[in-house]
Design a protein around this ligand. Structure first.
Ligand SMILES: O=C([C@H](O)CO)[C@H](O)[C@H](O)COP(=O)(O)O
Length: 208
């Protein structure tokens, strides 16, 4: 299982610092959606230039114009780009077409898909995405009674390649791997730690 750090900060200098602190312990550097919105697509270029040996994940969360938006992110240097799993099928297919053009990967972010999630995961997988991200966003995580378990259950059941994002910590990362995830995405557990490098290293050490 790969480890992906989500650089969920709003300024490029902060993202470059967090990337520098954590890169040696992670496989994938994710530009979070707020960072892309604040700094634009040039932020993708800057992170890739600083870490050419790492996979760079642009969390575009594209909801429309899939081919155009994915094309822009790939052209800026992204290796993986997200499209919303809840988007129109043609939006997903458009992003996949851009991925094929660039020889790169598209990930369907399943955030906000709650009802019949397994069925939608299987549908978007057939549209050619490389894997799905089964994801509870920050607002969903803040609701009382939130548990990552439902994400893991759906991953097991879906039978397609998947990543998990939803407040992964040192306590939950082993269960994420046991569920069969190919990537564990960690944002807050690394970003909010006193020592982000140590937090990333500790998470990586828990992956067998
Ligand atoms: O994608 C994310 C969220 O929607 C904000 O953009 C986060 O990067 C993702 O949820 C991982 O962060 P944590 O949940 O804090 O681990």
């Amino acid at each position: 299982m790969k480890l992906q750090v989500a650089l969920d900060v709003a300024q490029l200098d902060q993202a470059l610092t967090l990337a520098r602190q954590t890169a040696e312990h992670v496989d994938i550097l994710e530009l979070g959606t707020p960072l892309i919105k604040a700094e634009g697509l040039d932020a993708i270029k800057a992170i890739k230039a600083a870490h050419p040996d790492k996979l760079v994940f642009a969390d575009m969360k594209t909801a429309d114009a899939g081919e155009l938006e994915a094309d822009l992110a790939f052209a800026a240097g992204a290796d993986l780009v997200t499209v919303m799993g809840a988007a129109d099928d043609d939006t997903v297919r458009g992003a996949v077409a851009a991925g094929r053009k660039h020889g790169k990967d598209v990930v369907a972010d399943m955030i906000t898909v709650v009802d019949d999630r397994v069925a939608r995961i299987r549908e978007v997988s057939k549209m050619g995405v490389s894997f799905v991200e089964i994801h509870a966003g920050l607002d969903e995580q803040a609701k009382p009674g939130y548990s990552i378990q439902a994400l893991l259950d759906d991953g097991r059941q879906a039978g397609v390649p998947f990543s998990i994002a939803g407040g992964i910590t040192g306590e939950s990362i082993a269960a994420v791997q046991e569920a069969g995830a190919t990537v564990a995405v960690a944002g807050g557990a690394i970003r909010s730690a006193q020592d982000p490098a140590a937090a990333a290293k500790a998470l990586k050490s828990l992956i067998r």
